[in-house]
Design a protein around this ligand. Structure first.
Ligand code: GAL
Ligand code: CA
Length: 328
């Protein structure tokens, strides 16, 4: 009897050891840790991993593709069973896909979309993200709705919307499509948008603030009727510049509607304080959860149909955006 008990104990102990050894190690590179939206994304992945029995290691690629390539080499050498990559340069990822293929491990790209042919080059390459045209359209609609409710927002009564556009990083799919589709949404709502000033501010609040200050100096805040920013950080930079010029501080005569994308906490605060019109939820939680579930499922040889998110064309997980305005 005693012997049976000991044997059973040995069996249980060895079982639990197997479970430890089986813990799927995932290596993830983030283009920079210095990005408010990607912080939410990282947290979502870190929260989900232990629930799946996966061990996630996050690396800061410090906005340098060479650094990131070296991190990928280190992860593979350390024996990770899956990679989750937020590329520094989404056009420069074929090499790491080839490395993942050589190691026979899945590679899930997030937030910065590689070209379709790169994903097609390896059957375990995937992309988890959100469709930027959706967020562009929704942010344009927020401005259109505002003009609909506030005809006086057309300050110079010319029937057109004179707007400032603050763009994200050059070449980023979100910068390209959000810029285009936000303007298109205004046109589709029957307005005539006119870009009186625009610049790339690389997703950064400080850059956007300086650029907006310069625009206010050269154009005059009274001639700006709306600000479309490709993300919240840049929208908040614009808000800072406006506030420094006594705009968006509560006086309805001195207000310019500003919209962003992401729905970061700081933007929601600004919106609730009446400094910013609205934003679009970029759902970091669901993108993060989907990314680790996909990586873990493929690494464990499980069907990707089990992850709880639709995998389009066997390659893409698309998480929807959602408009956010005050009081909703
Ligand atoms: C976008 C997001 C930006 C920035 C960028 C980084 O989706 O809206 O705030 O995080 O990704 O690639
Ligand atoms: Ca006008």
């Amino acid at each position: 009897m005693r012997k049976v008990f000991i044997l059973a104990l040995v069996f249980i102990v060895s079982l639990s050891c197997c479970a430890c050894a089986d813990e799927v190690k995932i290596g993830s590179c983030i283009y920079t840790f210095n990005d408010a939206f990607m912080l939410r994304f990282r947290n979502a992945m870190a929260d989900e991993s232990p629930k799946l029995g996966a061990e996630l290691t996050l690396a800061d690629s410090k906005n340098d593709q060479t650094t990131q390539d070296a991190q990928v080499d280190e992860f593979i050498a350390a024996g990770v069973k899956a990679l989750i990559i937020n590329p520094v340069n989404r056009m420069d990822v074929q090499t790491m896909v080839d490395k993942a293929r050589a190691a026979d491990i899945p590679i899930v790209f997030i937030n910065r979309e590689p070209m379709p042919e790169v994903l097609a080059s390896y059957h375990k390459a995937y992309y988890v993200g959100a469709k930027p045209e959706e967020s562009g359209t929704q942010s344009g609609q927020l401005i259109a709705d505002y003009f609909h409710e506030h005809p006086e927002a057309d300050k110079n009564h010319d029937g057109k919307i004179q707007f400032v556009m603050l763009r994200g990083e050059n070449g980023h799919q979100d910068m390209i499509a959000r810029s285009r589709y936000s303007v298109l949404a205004l046109k589709n709502a029957g307005y005539e948008p006119v870009e009186i000033a625009g610049a790339i501010a690389n997703w950064e609040k400080l850059q956007a603030m300086n650029i907006m200050n310069a625009f206010i100096m050269s154009i005059g805040a009274e001639n700006i009727e709306a600000v479309l920013a490709n993300n919240d950080e840049m929208a908040l930079g614009a808000v800072e510049a406006l506030k420094a010029n006594d705009y968006n501080k509560g006086n309805p005569e001195m207000y310019i509607p500003v919209v962003g994308v992401d729905a970061n906490a700081s933007a929601l605060d600004a919106m609730n304080a009446g400094e910013m019109l609205g934003t679009v939820l970029n759902d970091a939680d669901n993108q993060g959860i989907a990314a680790v579930r996909l990586a873990e499922a493929v690494a464990s040889g499980r069907d990707i149909g089990t992850i709880g998110y639709e995998v389009t064309d066997g390659k893409y997980v698309w998480i929807p955006y959602q408009k956010i305005t005050k009081g909703e």
